[in-house]
Design a protein around this ligand. Structure first.
Ligand SMILES: *[C@@H]1O[C@H](CO)[C@@H](O)[C@H](O)[C@H]1NC(C)=O
Ligand SMILES: *[C@@H]1O[C@H](CO)[C@@H](O)[C@H](O)[C@H]1NC(C)=O
Ligand SMILES: *[C@@H]1O[C@H](CO)[C@@H](O)[C@H](O)[C@H]1NC(C)=O
Ligand SMILES: *[C@@H]1O[C@H](CO)[C@@H](O)[C@H](O)[C@H]1NC(C)=O
Ligand SMILES: *[C@@H]1O[C@H](CO)[C@@H](O)[C@H](O)[C@H]1NC(C)=O
Length: 780
């Protein structure tokens, strides 16, 4: 019964994923970004910097942002780098810290691969004002050291390994470079989740300082069962540092059989930062450890939800109120049937409520989990030794045995943590693409604040998305703003850091570090409508261009700002603007030639991939919408006539519609050539030497092909090619057959210059070319 229900729910989710991506009217919204740039385009537009290390490829494993010192510290294989936040590839400083030859030898003797025997820096924190703490795998023999950073006199930048103080890193760094390991550092304490031993049997959540050591009990599967560690973060509860708590996010295998053997759960675990363990029992063990399930599920029919149980990444969005950050989790389905991803958001009050709720209790192995309804001892396990408990206990070492015993027996809370709105804010099934990382920036816009999600994929792409919750319909709308390929090769993104101060994104992968701005407003286009329809909270139209939006007050003088993130209502924002009227008049004019009974394509690509395209045939003052039939097909590239008739000749208007805003994109005049006329035409056309600009001449004739029948052949082919409208083909063909270098240059210099995005530049180039080529011919 349960199985059938699950299957039903799965089908439903599949449908829902499908809806999001394919079949709803909003389909375009989800699958097409407003702006898509390849690595090459980013590079050519000077929008990115990439640091690949002196030897190419970094095997990057950690990144640490220091906005105060304006540096990005990178832990890599066999060393660390200090990069400039301004330009990651400018004057990097390096600390070379390989494993010693003896260590590598020993590592190889143990049967490890050479690549595993590097020193991979897995732990990297600001230790104090002058030093970083770095720990590496050290060829399966973990080591830690301090790195001197900062400035000396005369502005000299320091970045130096304190080589005489290299310590063992056992318990502070895993042995295996592939091992999952998370840590956070606060006032001398390192909080870490890792596998502490060579064979990866002992998973532990630990706190290490130079005074003491606290960890989870060994070999207790109720605490940790084959965990994959995802993130650790310290979050204060109130103003008393003694109440500070550390939260660990991880996935683990479910212990109880009732949920199936292979079930994976996402967990949030919590400890007190000041927990020193017990005095007589639970010595050096957490007395405050509690954990519960973190749920991210898609509501289904009949209350059967589909869970996404595999946690991929967690981002903690800090706010002014340090006690209440928002937690963003990136989840994946564990199902083999289909790969779905979701982002769920959690509020601290629901997390705290779960930990303050009932403890889970199991009377025996065959019993279900229920709420523990007996007496919970004081101080309540999970709370800290602080004033909150009346100040009766100055440390966990003073806790009564009864409390410790209860804590040991009840590590799990009954209530799970549910996400905001009880559903994901984002849901995606991108085919083969995997989502690996998430980072979030909160942005103030004209109509409120938005959380901009930057999602890293396994093919070197960053997706920039906003999600808008509609209270009335209780639904989420996703707006995919950008899709940027930040590395040349399709490597998985392993880190994303945001510098709000610099408005930059620092993206890590095994290839290195890429840097891109969090917004590319100008690339949406220069018209008010382009800017407004983009719905990017970073951007607004300032009367002249699409540029960075600053909330009122910051730049009080710049009142004239048009932006509507929630609705993208360009009609309301932009009509009546003089400049806009001018812009919308600027529909591109074009001539296209086709041969009777043959096919031809009237090309029209709106500036936004999210827009809907409408075609009209213009007859005098009237315009009729073109209906598709077995002869006329609407394609994503334009209007395709499969078999031209003479009566098809005329003027066609291509309009794009988006959020109710309609604008003319192109006006195409189609001329249909009859075959007899062609014959006639060729018998006359005799291009002269160098006649690229002559009315009758082809754009770049090959001397060998110029005579009579040969030139007819050429002309036919040419028409055929433009008929298919594939500009690249024409260009390629031209390169191969007709063009001498000299003429090609001449041709290039005739091309119009376009200012917009690379994509548009490309398109403009194509159209410019096509526009002109037939014109030479049309002089006939
Ligand atoms: C590229 O952009 C940077 C600023 O981000 C600027 O300093 C530099 O001059 C630009 N380079 C080119 C070639 O435009
Ligand atoms: C920072 O820590 C290092 C290593 O313990 C120590 O040598 C250094 O003096 C400390 N610096 C400050 C400013 O406390
Ligand atoms: C380490 O311990 C010593 C005393 O044992 C103390 O003076 C020092 O401040 C501690 N360092 C940190 C960073 O806690
Ligand atoms: C075009 O095709 C029609 C029939 O499909 C034919 O009658 C006509 O002669 C053709 N015209 C040319 C120029 O080939
Ligand atoms: C129509 O196009 C085809 C190529 O698809 C070509 O072989 C044929 O000659 C063309 N017909 C005319 C009448 O130009």
């Amino acid at each position: 019964m349960a199985k059938a229900g699950e299957r039903l729910a799965l089908v439903w989710v599949l449908l829902q994923f499908g809806t999001v991506l394919w079949s709803s009217p909003c389909a375009a919204k989800s699958s097409h970004p407003r702006l898509r740039l390849s690595h090459k385009e980013l590079w050519e537009l000077n929008r990115t910097r990439v640091f690949q290390g002196p030897r190419g490829g970094l095997d990057l494993s950690t990144m640490l942002l220091d906005e105060y010192q304006e540096r990005l510290f990178v832990g890599a294989r066999d060393g660390l780098f200090s990069l400039s936040l301004e330009r990651v590839d400018a004057e990097p400083r390096e600390v070379h810290w390989p494993s010693t030859d003896t260590q590598v030898e020993e590592c190889l003797m143990q049967g490890r691969e050479k690549s595993e025997c590097g020193n991979y820096i897995k732990v990297l924190h600001q230790y104090n004002k002058t030093h970083l703490l770095a720990c590496g795998t050290g060829a399966f023999n973990p080591i830690c050291a301090f790195i001197r950073v900062g400035h000396q006199a005369k502005q000299e930048r320091l970045f130096k390994l304190e080589a005489d103080h290299i310590e063992s890193g056992r318990g502070r760094c895993p042995f295996d470079p592939r091992s999952s390991c998370v840590s956070t550092f606060s006032s001398g304490d390192l909080f870490i989740g890792l596998y502490t031993d060579y064979w990866e049997n002992d998973a532990a959540l630990c706190r290490l300082s130079n005074r003491s050591y606290t960890r989870t009990e060994r070999d207790d599967r109720r605490l940790l069962n084959e965990p994959k560690f995802v993130r650790a973060v310290l979050i204060p509860d109130n103003d008393d540092p003694d109440d500070d708590k550390v939260y660990y996010f991880f996935t683990e295998r479910a212990v109880d059989a009732e949920s199936g053997n292979n079930a994976v759960y996402t967990r949030i675990g919590r400890v007190c930062a000041n927990d020193l363990g017990g005095q007589r029992m639970m010595v050096n063990k957490w007395t405050s450890f509690v954990k519960t399930r973190l749920i991210c599920s898609v509501p289904g029919p009949q209350g059967i939800d589909t869970h996404l149980d595999e946690l991929e990444d967690v981002f903690v969005l800090k706010k002014k109120d340090e006690r209440n950050p928002e937690i963003f989790g990136l989840f994946r389905t564990t199902s083999n049937v289909f790969k779905g991803y979701a982002v769920c958001v959690y509020r601290m009050d629901s997390i705290r409520a779960a930990f303050n709720g009932p403890f889970a209790h199991k009377a025996g192995p065959d019993h279900h989990w229920t709420a523990f309804d007996g007496r919970v001892p004081f101080p309540r396990p999970g709370s800290c030794a602080s004033q909150m408990n009346g100040g009766h206990f100055s440390s966990s070492k003073e806790y009564p045995d009864e409390v410790l015993r209860f804590a040991r027996d009840h590590p799990v809370m009954l209530q799970p943590v549910l996400p905001l709105h009880r559903r994901p804010v984002l849901l995606r099934a991108d085919g083969d693409r995997r989502l690996t990382q998430v980072a979030v920036d909160r942005v103030e816009a004209e109509d409120g604040h938005y959380d901009v999600l930057f999602i890293g994929t396994d093919d070197a792409v960053i997706l920039k998305v906003i999600t808008i919750y509609n209270k009335d319909t209780d639904t989420m709308e996703e707006v995919l703003l950008e899709e940027l390929q930040v590395f040349k090769v399709p490597v998985p993104i392993t880190e994303i850091l945001i510098s709000t101060k610099r408005q930059q994104l620092y993206v890590g992968s095994e290839m290195g570090v890429a840097q891109v701005k969090v917004h590319q407003c100008d690339l949406y286009g220069s018209a008010c409508a382009d800017c407004c329809l983009a719905r990017d909270p970073y951007c607004a139209w300032d009367g002249v261009t699409c540029s960075r939006y600053f909330p009122a007050g910051l730049y009080a003088k710049r009142r004239f700002r048009r932006q509507d993130v929630r609705h993208g209502n360009a009609v309301q924002q932009c009509t009546g603007l003089a400049a806009e009227a001018e812009q919308s008049q600027r529909a591109e004019e074009r001539m296209v030639y086709g041969v009777e009974n043959n096919s031809t394509l009237l090309e029209c690509k709106p500036r936004s991939p999210q827009a809907r395209v409408l075609w009209f045939a213009q007859r005098g003052a009237d315009k009729d919408e073109v209906r598709a039939n077995d002869r006329v097909v609407k394609t994503p590239h334009g209007l395709l006539f499969l078999k031209l008739r003479r009566a098809d000749a005329g003027t066609y208007l291509c309009e794009s519609a988006e959020h109710g805003f309609v604008q003319a994109v192109a006006r195409v005049t189609l001329e249909v050539l009859e075959e007899e006329r062609l014959e006639e035409l060729f018998s006359k056309a005799e291009p002269e030497e160098g006649g690229g600009a002559q009315p009758r001449a082809p754009p770049c004739p090959n001397p060998g092909l110029r005579q009579g029948p040969a030139s007819k052949l050429w002309y036919k082919e040419f028409l055929q090619l433009i008929g298919y409208s594939n500009f690249h083909k024409v260009e390629e063909y031209c390169e191969r057959v007709w063009c001498s270098d000299r003429k090609r240059k001449k041709l290039k210099s005739l091309q119009p210059k376009w200012k917009y995005s690379q994509a548009q530049e490309k398109r403009g180039k194509g159209q410019g070319e096509r526009q002109r080529m037939p014109r030479h011919a049309s002089g006939v």
